[in-house]
Each structure stands twice: as structure tokens, then as C-alpha cells.
Write a protein that binds this ligand. Structure first.
Ligand code: GDP
Ligand code: MN
Length: 352
């Protein structure tokens, strides 16, 4: 095993389960979580399996910065219809690079300002955001797939998912799908936009030009002068891994990493994904999944069409469980306004 470059990942465990006869895409469900989140994870798995995966049998990849314990492996794999794989994150992907001053990073976490900001004092949260920005797609297990669906513990799916979203992405040429978008807390990303702009200026293309077909207007209201804080909420993502494995994306996150904001501020992977994909991808390559009812903490989305809610056996209320339509912090309406999604009759009627 010593001649394997990825020897430290040998901790992969694969559990095989009976085959479901469905022609799957080369895709996987993907979860980063801790052993301590097992029961929250089981609740999520139960919903994803009964609402979706028991008909399709997709793989499920679990990654962790510590080895998963036997109980976690036994109970989660027991509930999953597809092949289940458990991988360990290599130390280099969950630690400080040499250009980061760890004392400065600790002072930041201990400073009074950060005590008031969500996860501001957490060291592991910063490694998690950096991992989801820079490394999850480089894990050798993830490298085997073309698409992934990110799923977290403690989230809810309120309707059956009747179509295979991976097939939908493939057929429609979509690269990035989301359900909820919102405004980021400015105090976690104070220098992210200035730093990003320096990177964009080094590229020989003006991504804010009117000529470019992208969603730059989703993230900036003034042609790139400032960031309006809108981002696709990355705890739900169904996307192609090809959008990460390329020079523009990797150049961007490496540039950001050198600037230090993962540790000296608390940059999230959601604004990072959102900024670069809104510029890099065409408008029609980013998709809002209106009919996947999803909930993560305060954020909720529920289909507006009564017929769909019936057919999909939804347990959400389309009026009260639609944070994305009701909250001023949501950016889903902006996404429609800038032409990211069609303003269908149900959407128009809701806003009347
Ligand atoms: P929030 O959604 O921003 O409130 O952050 P979460 O606490 O839900 O974390 C985001 C995702 O990363 C979830 O899937 C967590 O299970 C996972 N996560 C967060 N911190 C850690 C960590 O220290 N280790 C591991 N293995 N997973 C983590
Ligand atoms: Mn979460």
C-alpha cells in the first residue's frame, strides 16, 4: 500500500446493498458529518430514502475528518438502498497551510467581535468551510463521480422527489442546482469581495459585461462594484463535479486561501460557490429546484402548485412553509427577477 499516493485514505469502507434495477447516472449522495450527528443523520436518511432514493438506489458517500465509528456505519448503511462508502479526509485537507499564521487565526477567534457572530469562535467550522470550498471534490471517492447531491444531517424533505434530479441535470445540461438562496452575514466576509475582484481582474474576461451570458446580476446590483450578499445556500446542492475541476474555479479558491479569509475572517463555502458559479456558468446552467421541498433551519421551500403537492404527497404548507417567498433575506425572488428562473403562473399568483 505504500506506493499508493492516497494510502492514508485506505480507511474507506464500502457496504454493498441489493441492486435496484434503475439506470442511474454516475452520481452520488454526499454527506460530510461527525459521528456525534448520527441520529440527526438517520432522520435525514430516512426521508431521502423514502421520498427518493429507494426507487433509484444511488450511492451515498460519507466523509469525516475522523474515522466513522462502527455504530455510525452499521446504522446508516442499514437504511440506505444504494452502495454506501465511508471515507476519511486527509490531514492536509483539514489543517492549516503553511502560509496561515495560526496565532493570528486564534486571536481572531478569541476576539470580542467574533464572539457575537454565528460560529465566529469555531475553529472546526472554518476547516469545514474551507474543505467544502477547496477539497471535497478532490477526495478520491468523489473523483469517481460526475454529479453529487449534498445532504446534511437535520434537514427535511417535505415532498416525494418524483424525477431523478441527476438525470434532469444531465439531460438539460445544468451544472448547479439549488433550492434556497439568501443574504450572507456581511461581517463574516468583510474582505471577500475585494479579494475576489482582484482575482477576476487577473482573468482576461470581464464577467460583469452585459455581453456575457451569466448570473452576475444575481450577486451584484452595480456591475461588480459591490457584492449584494446573495448566495445559493450550499447545504443543498445538486451539481456537476466538473465545475470544480477546472482552472478558473481552482485558481479562485487557491487565491482566496492565500488571502487568509477562511481563518482570519469566517468565509463560507456558500458565498464562494455562488460568486464564482454566477460568473463562470451560463444562466441556463444554474437551476432552482422549485418542486423539491426542502428545509434547513429557518429556510424552507414548498411547491406552489396544488397539483404537484398532491401528487408528491407533500406535508408542507405552500404559504407558511415558503421562507424563500416570504422573507426579505431570501434571494429567490431576485433569482427570478434577473432571469434565472421562469416566472410561472403559480409564482405570479403567489406574489399578487
Ligand atoms: P450550518 O449548516 O452552517 O449551520 O453548519 P453545520 O453545523 O450544519 O455544518 C455543515 C455541514 O458540515 C454538516 O453536514 C455538518 O455535519 C458538517 N460538519 C460541520 N463541522 C464538522 C466537523 O468538524 N467535522 C465533520 N466531519 N463534519 C462537520
Ligand atoms: Mn447545516
Amino acid at each position: 500500500p505504500d506506493n499508493k499516493p492516497w494510502a492514508q485514505y485506505e480507511l474507506e469502507r464500502i457496504i454493498n446493498t441489493p441492486e435496484i434495477k434503475y439506470k442511474r447516472q454516475n452520481a452520488t449522495l454526499f454527506t460530510l458529518c461527525r459521528n456525534s450527528e448520527m441520529y440527526s443523520m438517520l432522520k435525514t436518511i430516512h426521508q431521502v430514502e423514502s421520498r427518493f432514493n429507494n426507487k433509484f438506489g444511488y450511492d451515498w458517500v460519507f466523509l469525516n475528518d475522523e474515522p466513522f465509528d462502527e455504530e455510525f456505519i452499521t446504522l446508516t448503511s442499514n437504511m440506505i438502498s444504494g452502495r454506501v462508502r465511508y471515507g476519511l479526509i486527509p490531514r492536509e485537507h483539514w489543517s492549516y497551510p503553511d502560509y496561515i499564521d495560526e496565532d493570528k487565526a486564534r486571536e481572531v477567534r478569541e476576539s470580542r467581535k467574533w464572539a457575537r457572530i454565528t460560529y465566529g469562535t469555531s475553529e472546526s467550522y472554518r476547516h469545514m468551510c474551507r474543505f467544502n470550498s477547496m477539497f471535497f471534490y478532490k477526495h478520491p471517492i468523489m473523483r469517481e463521480y460526475e454529479y453529487y447531491w449534498r445532504i446534511e444531517p437535520d434537514v427535511n424533505f417535505h415532498c416525494d422527489i418524483m424525477e431523478d434530479p441527476f438525470k434532469f441535470l444531465k439531460d438539460e445540461g445544468i451544472k448547479y442546482g439549488f433550492t434556497i438562496s439568501m443574504r450572507e452575514l456581511h461581517n463574516t466576509i468583510e474582505t471577500l469581495w475585494e479579494t475576489s475582484k482582484k482575482y477576476f481582474n487577473s482573468l482576461n474576461k470581464d464577467y460583469f459585461s452585459k455581453e456575457v451570458d451569466n448570473l452576475s446580476e444575481f450577486i451584484s446590483d452595480d456591475n461588480g462594484e459591490t457584492y449584494n450578499l446573495c448566495h445559493y445556500w450550499s447545504n443543498f446542492e445538486i451539481a456537476s463535479l466538473s465545475i470544480y475541476n477546472n482552472e478558473i474555479y481552482e485558481g479562485y479558491v487557491n487565491y482566496l486561501d492565500k488571502a487568509g479569509g477562511f481563518f482570519y475572517e469566517r468565509w463560507g463555502d456558500a458565498p464562494i460557490h455562488s460568486i464564482i458559479f454566477s460568473l463562470m456558468l451560463r444562466k441556463d446552467e444554474i437551476h432552482l429546484f422549485k418542486d423539491i421541498s426542502y428545509q434547513h433551519t429557518v429556510g424552507t421551500i414548498c411547491p406552489l402548485d396544488d397539483k404537484i403537492r398532491m401528487k408528491a404527497k407533500c406535508t408542507c404548507n405552500s404559504i407558511t412553509d415558503n421562507w424563500v417567498m416570504n422573507s426579505k433575506d431570501s434571494c429567490n425572488i431576485k433569482f427570478h427577477d434577473v432571469g434565472g428562473a421562469e416566472k410561472d403562473p403559480f409564482y405570479q399568483a403567489y406574489l399578487q
